[in-house]
Design a protein around this ligand. Structure first.
Ligand SMILES: Cc1cc2nc3c(=O)[nH]c(=O)nc-3n(C[C@H](O)[C@H](O)[C@H](O)COP(=O)(O)OP(=O)(O)OC[C@H]3O[C@@H](n4cnc5c(N)ncnc54)[C@H](O)[C@@H]3O)c2cc1C
Length: 480
């Protein structure tokens, strides 16, 4: 049997993968397919046939590599398998990046989704701003390890009932979906498309586990992502699993909360703090670069805007989790998710409690919001306050039963605050203002964009002129 026939037999275009311990499902929704010239003659047919050879993914790595030697051939001969090994061991990794891209549909509890949004390449997530959580078909996640513990399950279930009741009451009163979701527990299911290359998956596979990342992430990686690689790219898997690579991710730092607090205090001394209404706070750290660097920077091609990358601003943020999850989508920059001490969150009641509640009017991509009547607003505020108090009580009960903070926290509402470090270059900031000062952005994240913009304008007056004249594509009155 030739090399290609062996590969055809091992290739397994499986769609569904499930990890029970984390309640996570990944579907392989799409993959690159080689377009054979014969496809043209199939134009207009109901079913277009794609030869198996063109669906195989490993040969795409080989073709991507061969082009560099001028041999753009799709021949899969005896040498082909060995080429993959040479590429990998020689760290020539771009063929794995350009050759194979998968679109994965991930369904996972919200508490485990966060690390995925720090990974390349592209994400599109279901937004609970445009559709409601459907309790008839969707539930909350309970980690399997607690399902047999009769004294713990009722606490999880009670939280679930309270959350569902309040969420549905909010919706019945016409409260916007973006605010109703504050009543969801930090274990509702989210789903998103994640488009990622094989090269990036291999890098993720090589990372040394670290305690900063939830254990669930490593479980999803080792049980699902590894299997997807074995099924979809068996030749690459042979190489990768035979000689696993370990990329260090632990740098000898202590992660104790006292030490992190002390480091934060030092940082805050160099920063200017601004509270953003009752939502959260920003510490502005020293700005890097100025207009003069950027005037030189933009003398580049083909996209002079990239030159705005030579200056940046850094922020220490204390923001509600739902704001962070919108904000983190601005990938062009650096994010650090500082560990959350949930005992402290509960002790200090570090939750965002909205002062007013909004109705959502109009249709998708063109929503308008108006405040609900003052009487209803007071009632909703009190109900939400009581709900948060109930969540804190349940958190404490679980802690007394010995449940670790990260699992007890699954019972907190989707409004606890987190600390994040964000560095964004000037190009990315202009994109952020265009999108997040706009009235289509959720009110809460908009307040942060509004707080940052005046300092940006002051630090980069020339860039600000360029931004307003040529680059701003939002519709905010803040810029007028
Ligand atoms: C009103 C509103 C509603 C939204 N609704 C949803 C929703 O329902 N679901 C959802 O999933 N998201 C939603 N989003 C998020 C949105 O899809 C974007 O993810 C987010 O606004 C970040 O924008 P960006 O991609 O332009 O930013 P960035 O990621 O910062 O990209 C800015 C630029 O950087 C470049 N770039 C730099 N690095 C990369 C990289 N690694 N990959 C690709 N490009 C890169 C790109 O060329 C791009 O032009 C919404 C956003 C807004 C403002």
């Amino acid at each position: 049997m030739g090399n290609l026939d062996v590969l055809k037999k091992r290739f397994n275009p499986r769609r569904f993968y499930r990890d029970e311990t984390t309640g996570t499902e990944i579907e392989v929704d799409g993959a690159f397919v080689r377009i054979d010239p014969s496809l043209e003659s199939q134009r207009g047919k109901e079913v277009i046939e794609i030869p198996l050879e063109d669906l195989l993914q490993d040969p795409a790595v080989i073709r991507s590599a061969r082009v560099s030697t001028g041999r753009d051939t799709k021949d899969i001969n005896e040498k082909a398998g060995r080429l993959i090994e040479k590429l990998y061991s020689g760290h020539h990794e771009t063929p794995f990046e350009g050759g194979v891209t998968l679109r994965l549909k991930v369904i996972t509890p919200i508490c485990y989704a966060e690390p995925f949004f720090q990974l390349p390449l592209s994400h599109n997530e279901r937004s609970l701003r445009y559709s409601a959580y459907n309790f008839e078909t969707e539930h909350f996640f309970i980690p399997p390890v607690y399902r047999a513990k009769q004294w713990i399950v009722p606490v999880y279930e009670e939280g679930e009932r309270e959350s569902q009741k309040l969420y549905q009451f909010f919706l019945s009163q016409g409260v916007s979906r973006e605010q109703a979701r504050f009543a969801l527990l930090f274990r509702f299911f989210t789903e998103f498309y994640w488009t990622v290359s094989l090269r990036h998956l291999l890098e993720i596979l090589s990372w040394e586990p670290n305690v900063l990342t939830p254990a669930a992430f490593w479980s999803i990686r080792d049980n699902l992502i590894a299997q997807i690689i074995k099924d979809w790219t068996p030749w690459t898997a042979d190489v990768v699993f035979e000689k696993p690579r370990l990329t260090p991710t632990n740098f000898g730092l202590s992660h104790s909360s006292e030490i992190i607090e002390a480091m934060l205090e030092t940082l805050k001394k160099q920063a200017q703090k601004e509270d953003v209404v009752s939502i959260g706070s920003i510490w502005f750290l020293p700005v890097c670069g100025n207009d003069e660097i950027l005037k030189l920077g933009v003398l580049t091609n083909p996209n002079p805007r990239r030159g705005f990358g030579h200056a940046s601003m850094t922020f220490l943020l204390n923001i509600p989790i739902f704001v962070y999850r919108q904000w983190v989508r601005h990938r062009y920059g650096a994010w650090s998710a500082l560990p959350t001490n949930f005992d402290e969150v509960v002790h200090h009641r570090d939750f965002y409690l909205p002062l007013s509640w909004r109705r959502q009017l109009g249709g998708a991509m063109d929503y308008n919001y108006e405040e609900v009547e003052p009487e209803l607003s007071s009632k909703l505020r009190l109900m939400f306050f009581n709900f948060v108090e109930g969540c804190c009580r349940r958190y404490r009960r679980l802690r007394q039963f010995g449940v670790p903070p990260q699992d007890a926290a699954l019972n907190l509402p989707y409004v606890f605050r987190v600390k994040r470090l964000w560095t964004a270059n000037v190009e990315s900031l202009m994109n952020f203002f265009s999108l997040r000062c706009d009235k289509q952005a959720q009110w809460e994240i908009r307040q942060f964009a509004h707080a940052i913009y005046p300092r940006f304008r002051k630090s980069f007056p020339w860039v600000n002129e360029i931004f307003l004249r040529y680059l701003n594509f939002g519709k905010s009155s803040i810029f007028r």
